[in-house]
Write a protein that binds this ligand. Sequence first.
Ligand code: ACO
Length: 323
Amino acid sequence: MIRSVVRGIGSALPRRIMKNAEFEGMVETSDEWIVQRTGIRQRHIAAEDETTASLGEAAARAALAHAGLTPDDIDLIVLATSTPNNTFPATAVEIQNRLGMHHGFAFDMQAVCSGFVYAVTTADTYIRCGLSRRALVIGSETFSRLLDWDDRSTCVLFGDGAGAIVLEAGEGEGTIADRGVLAAALRSDGQHKEKLYVDGGVSTTGTVGHLKMEGREVFKHAVGMITDVIEATFAQAGITAEDLDWFVPHQANKRIIDASAKKLGIAEEKVVITVDRHGNTSAASVPLALSVAVADGRIKRGDLVLLEAMGGGFTWGAVLLRW
Ligand code: ACO
């Protein structure tokens, strides 16, 4: 049975770190408020020369180096982003060109903060049906370009960055002992659009627009939606929370992460948290957090890892994999 196995991982962050205190001179807020309500202490903000494509390329190169591969070994790139370099062509194709790749195929996937979970599921499907042998799955975002820097309720929450994994076709016995992607659940529901959206677009205003969010409303729905898709992956794989080695959730808000882990019965020491240093980097948050936990030696080969995300749309989803 074909399984999509993670072969390498990498990440990239903009040079500039912006600490909470810097907001104090811009809007009416405080480091204390931001830390207490969100867990965020700092985020990276992209300079003009740092784009979704350049950060995505850097993360992809790091993942290839970690895997001991070159772009020649890749035949598919799926880029999860809501902040593409251009309306078209797809930024994935730009990254493909930056990598000097002129074979295979590449496309963008837009599911906002759930983008990486959607992209892993998509690449896994392409690999299992034989359309790809080895894929780069990237989450790269420059959400700082979408922010209204006068709106204290949103501008303090987000950051920029990118993470990438190499997924390749491997063999498995069809059990949860296999390495690779074991289960996945994806959901969306457009009735919640007004709670989290960008008020611009090519076909409507002709502008890029700004991020708008009813934070309390998003919070209200988040925990139930997250636990729903996670329980669906547990049921598919026939496991319980106790079987997990690591929970790597979308990094939007530490309170949402803590509440979800508690509801699911996932022990605190199994939860990977990076929202304190990266803020919410949308589709980049899960691969960035994974990358940190692999680099510091927490996530090791053979570990059972649960990925989860929820975001604009609403979209939400979970992926269970053995590292
Ligand atoms: N500094 C100081 N005060 C603030 C700030 C700020 N940066 N932002 C809002 N406030 C004020 C509000 O104006 C409000 O004041 P009021 O009571 O006088 O009206 C007060 O703080 C409380 O506001 P709430 O919105 O109720 O605060 P809450 O505790 O809900 O925290 C937050 C707000 C952090 C946005 C929270 O609701 C949240 O995290 N929601 C989920 C958001 C999220 O996860 N989004 C991302 C998911 S999808 C994606 O990643 C794209």
